[in-house]
Write a protein that binds this ligand. Sequence first.
Ligand SMILES: Cc1ncc(COP(=O)(O)O)c(C=O)c1O
Length: 1015
Amino acid sequence: MSIISQSPNLSPEYACEIAREFYGLKVTADLLPSERDQNFRLRTDDGREFVLKIANGEEDRSFLEAQNQAMARLQARQVTYCPELIQTHSGDDLFEVRANGSAYCARLMTWLPGEVLSRCKWQDPDVLRHLGTCVAEVDSVLKGLDHSALHRSDFPWDLSNAPVVIDRHIDKVEDSKMRSHIGEVQSIFAQYVAPRLADLERSVIHNDANDQNVIVQRTTMVKPHVVGLIDFGDMVHSYTVSGLAIAVAYAMLDKPDPLMAATRVVEGYQAVRPLSDDELAVVFPMACARLAVSACMAAFQQRLRPDDPYLSVSQQPIQRTLHHLLDVHPRFAEATFRNACGLPPNPTAVAVGHWLLENQDVVSPIMPFDLRTVSPAILDLSPCNADLPVGRDCEDSLGDLVAKAMSRSTIDVAIGRYDEVRLIYTDDAFGGCCPTDERRTIHLGMDFFVEANTPVHAPLAGVVHAFADRAHAQDYGPTIVLRHEVDDLVFYTLYGHLSRESLQEIEVGQSIKNGQPFATVGTSAENGGWHPHLHLQVITDLLELDDSFPGVCRASQREVWTSFCPDPNRLVGIPATVFPEQRASSDATLATRRKFVGRNVRTGYDRPLQMIRGLDQYLYDDTGRMYLDAFNNVPHVGHSHPKVVEAADRQMRLLNTNTRYLHGNLGDYVERLTSTLPDALSVCYLVNSASEANELALRLVLAHTGRREMIVLEHAYHGNTTSLIDISPYKHDSQGGTGAPNWVHTVPIPDTYRGLYRRDVPDAGPKFAEFVADAIDRAGGAIGGFIAESCPSVGGQIILPQGYLAAAYAHVRAAGGLCIADEVQTGYGRIGSHFYAFESQAVTPDIVVLGKPIGNGHPVAAVITTPDIASSFDNGMEFFSTFGGNTVSCAVGLAVLEIVEDERLQAHALRVGNHLLEGLNALADGHAVVGDVRGAGLFLGVELVRNHDTLEPAVDEADFVINRMAERGILIGTDGPMHNVLKIRPPMPFSRGNADHLLATLDDVLSTLPDNYQT
Ligand SMILES: Cc1ncc(COP(=O)(O)O)c(C=O)c1O
């Protein structure tokens, strides 16, 4: 029977009838969206699901048979993530149904549960790798298949036809910018793909792994993995690699770093089906061509269906992405893919490297002296050099650094290293638009700091390839690129920061002899503003960039750029022993740590960060990436605050000794410290950590009351010693813990979001305090003391309800107990409204414990109590802490207090904290996963929940958020008993601008979570 060219128009009832008649299935049917065919989702009562596909009347039956053969073949090879064909009663996998007087081909296959990849707003490297693997597996299985219907000579979606399709339809693309992008893609295809086509393997491929055809499920609530590759309707016999190129094309759409996304797909593919050199070279241009074809086809279809808005909407991601892709040189993409596949990124570089090693004797010295025989000073321009400030001031220090280095050397030259991490490139040209975006930090050349006007000699014979005066601040200034041809190899040397005079007589094409002085080193006024030096770079592929070839690259592309730019020392010949060893990579540091440090000393974040520098509220990792620190409260007045550093340094050089000798620092410090506390708290003990301080607080309780019984809050943490684990339910009640000992009585944490009494309950504070009274009763009426953080932190950044501490303290004191305020997290103005958080509860504790922030990272902690309690403790036994109250610690402690006051950090915390709180509350309105926003000043918590009624904690989501924030350069943490509270607790200089940056980034990250949370 002939099939009439017509769209099927079956009702769901009819679909159910077909299922019953041909398969004996009792189902319900829902129509699925489809452009040409009619597809129904069928569900049986017992939960089985299928897709009934009714082909368009125009569809060629033999093509459907070929698709079925492909699916059967995949099924036979146990490829579980493609739909499985179901045979009818009579054993057919393709049959005809009649409707509206016509006949249509129908098939039934399994339904793959999940969601389409395009709906996952965050696609992690693993899911992209997995996608590549699936495409390679499917196409490898299909390789053995052939069918005449799959040789579709003018099929527009066959990438072999891309140039024809683009030619045919480019004029229909209305947007002129898009048209010009497509034109560029067309020439890239002609240049990089066309000449290789004859050498590419051909086979049957799936040919449509676009993100609508890839089904994923989430392992945790957030992490997707591929469970399906569907739709065999674009299958074709073509270049095998185009199957990968299509997956890559869609994986790149709207990604912040499309090349990185593409690389992950290639990596996964390569693991199953290793790619040839030619295939690796064409993947990227082919992927761009696929996007161009899609844009052209959409323009064509738009002409046919002018009222279909979907056509132009679906093209927006392509428009947004294509122009970014055109910034990526196809050979750079090729090198990136090769690198990811474990191949040399740029094979020419390997050959050039060998040549240089073997031909040292023909290379002439670049400087007027031969650095192979005289040892120059080697500079450290990395962030590890404490003499090199971070930020714009660094330029001024370069000269001093060079002069100092030269004074230790026999010749007047100081070398800046190749492949060094540097923070000195502060101009906008080196960075992204956002301050925590990855910047270009890796130096690709070698610097020779010498006097201006020093002659520069050609190391080898060459020809002037390009020259320019790149006058922008921090650029190369006058620059010359020489081209060298040796044996069969071509490579380039680039000379930056020359004098303007060097460019006056020079011409492109001019020959330069080996050893010829052809330029001189420029002054600061002409060389881009740098201290005079020559930047020498060896380049094995100029990527058409010529004099604008970068001298500094992003760390994430380091391996690829350094392969294009081998170490210039191969030309210069400074013995390797002259270079001091550099810091270990984070992988090496991690390996050493794993070997020698206990495993339960944990690192934060999925990818451990190696920090090497800190300043104010910023940290810098070993790649020079800057992070906004919104998590660490220990550097209270800012990382490496110069006044703290100066105080420690000065005192360290004078004297550091203990409290057995008199020293003014101790008195100055404790006098100032106690002046911040209520008058009653006037006796101070200095120790080294908050754990030591809380230990001491317990001893004071015992000495004063003669009783050991303590009341503690559920989920509290007070330190790492044996007794403190005993009073820390956060530890003893969780993994590895053995519960509370009999002298410890735990009371519910006054959490007004999750607890028994909520915010709308009147007198929630005193009501929660009743649990303290109950605990006293359980302890027999007498108690040693009560310890509580004035704002519980690990308990989930809790703000105690008003009246809680007053009522709790009253119960405790009535039972003869003492009240300890653990202010380790909250002291020194953090909560903004008060210097200490207990003040916000209008109480005066008997003992206050301080730690963490009070030494700004130097180990200082303190216990402050009343003279009465101190005198009970003074029972004849000496109290001595070797380092507690040492002269350096006191100098540091005093400096911190002065800074808090001088810089008015408490008022600042209140202002910025309120702004942040307001912004977080606004985020809560837009993101259902945000259950609660709470805090005060710069002590804030955002609790994530999956359901606002049940308060099911969104634990995976919280972990997801902090890791994505870290990837975006913002450090926050999680806490709370279920680890579902985002903890924001930055160094106090954290600014309003930082807050806005955090809020915008958090908004973005929360938007990438699946949107199925219930309010
Ligand atoms: C509230 C509280 N008390 C005490 C400590 C113990 O401090 P350290 O680790 O400095 O001994 C901590 C540490 O996180 C803390 O959060």
